[in-house]
Design a binder for this molecule. Structure first.
Ligand code: 5GP
Ligand code: MG
Length: 173
């Protein structure tokens, strides 16, 4: 049976919320330069939309992480498979993520980035599955707080499929 794909956050809702998020980020970093660290691959569309709404000088870099252990739930055992290339020392760094679920991946990444001694380190995520959090992490900019269903579209995949949908959808298998 093919999966049911149900839009839960529409393209218009996403664009409206992104304008609000960007306005807040522009205000908070006014007069400063920032480095966006985007976590591949699901974030690519969110990053592309967000970066074009930012006023300050922005540099962009990418990391790719893979969590090993049980594949369906995050184990917290994370491997950096593509590391940051820009120097983060004394820079304002904003991590851009698609989804924060247990928070384990993000916690690992923050510790990893902190080793480079950035001037500041904040987090912006498109969606936050707050009720599933296993470790406490402070998220500075949240697009949408969502329930626990599995999300695809707007860059998000299930086994590499469904990334191209303009809306954020829930996948029911
Ligand atoms: P965490 O370590 O916070 O549990 O895992 C977060 C990562 O798991 C996200 O960055 C994302 O890559 C993936 N993930 C968690 N929930 C979903 C979901 O509903 N849909 C998709 N496509 N990925 C998810
Ligand atoms: Mg991710």
């Amino acid at each position: 049976m093919s999966p049911v794909i149900k839009p839960v956050i529409t393209r218009d809702q996403i664009q409206n919320r992104l304008r609000e998020l960007a306005a807040q980020i522009n205000k908070d970093y006014s007069g400063q330069e920032i480095i966006l660290i985007a976590v591949l691959k699901g974030v690519f569309i969110f990053l592309a939309d967000l970066v074009r709404l930012l006023d300050m000088p922005v540099r962009v870099d990418f990391v790719r992480l893979s969590s090993y252990g049980d594949s369906s739930t995050s184990s917290g055992q994370v491997l950096v498979t593509k590391d940051v290339e820009l120097s983060l020392k004394d820079q304002h760094v904003l991590v851009v993520e698609d989804i924060i679920d247990s928070g384990l991946t993000l916690k690992y990444l923050l510790e990893h980035l902190q080793k480079q001694q950035p001037k500041s380190l904040k987090i912006c995520c498109l969606t936050d599955k707050l009720e599933r959090r296993a470790v406490s992490v402070h998220i500075d900019y949240v697009g949408f707080v969502v329930a626990k269903g599995f999300l695809v579209g707007y860059g998000l995949d299930y086994a590499e499929d469904h990334r191209q949908y303009p809306d954020i959808c829930e996948l029911e298998v």
